[in-house]
Design a binder for this molecule. Structure first.
Ligand code: HEC
Length: 136
């Protein structure tokens, strides 16, 4: 048993040295929206859907870092508020509808994120603000 724990520690230390890129590219085309809407999105979405990810300490520790970095990369590819201004107006309108859908169904932010950030569970008022912004 003791050998196994030594092995485990060696592996856990060893995987910390596997290189992993956690990027924070410059923000050039950030979303422009009313302050109250923007604050909700900033609080609940920007860690994954923008270039302004706050890489918390546990996102630096393998193997959790692999999961969180993968999530951020996937999320930015689908929707990146830092590139919002690069989308055509029609694409923005469609994306807003998708945003409302995710918020209404409570599929975003994802549950594993909400465990770490309980305050990002949206209240009724916050949801209403998102809805009236997204569906106008
Ligand atoms: C922990 C990271 C994380 C947070 C925080 C987060 N998302 Fe996401 N989001 C993802 C990932 C990952 C995907 C891609 C899912 C996939 O490809 O299966 C995604 C996809 C989406 C999509 C696209 C859905 C699609 O299938 O095209 C929308 C819209 C979205 N998120 C909105 C939001 C909104 C709005 C918030 C904040 C209220 C938010 N997300 C917060 C990780 C996150």
């Amino acid at each position: 048993m003791k050998k196994f724990y030594i092995f485990l520690v060696v592996v856990l230390v060893g995987i910390q040295f596997i290189p992993l890129e956690q990027s924070s590219p410059p923000v050039q085309y950030d979303l422009i929206a009313p302050t109250d809407v923007k604050n909700i999105l900033r609080k609940g979405c920007y860690d994954c859907h923008s270039n302004e990810t706050n890489w918390a300490w546990y996102t630096k520790v393998a193997p959790l870092s692999w999961l969180t970095t993968g999530d951020v990369n996937k999320a930015r590819k689908k929707l990146n508020f830092s590139d919002w201004g690069l989308m055509r107006a029609s694409e923005q309108a469609k994306m807003k509808e998708e945003i409302w859908e995710e918020v209404r169904e409570e599929s975003m932010p994802p549950w594993q994120y909400r465990i770490m950030h309980p305050s990002t569970k949206l209240s009724i008022e916050e949801k209403n603000l998102i809805r009236s912004w997204a569906l106008n």
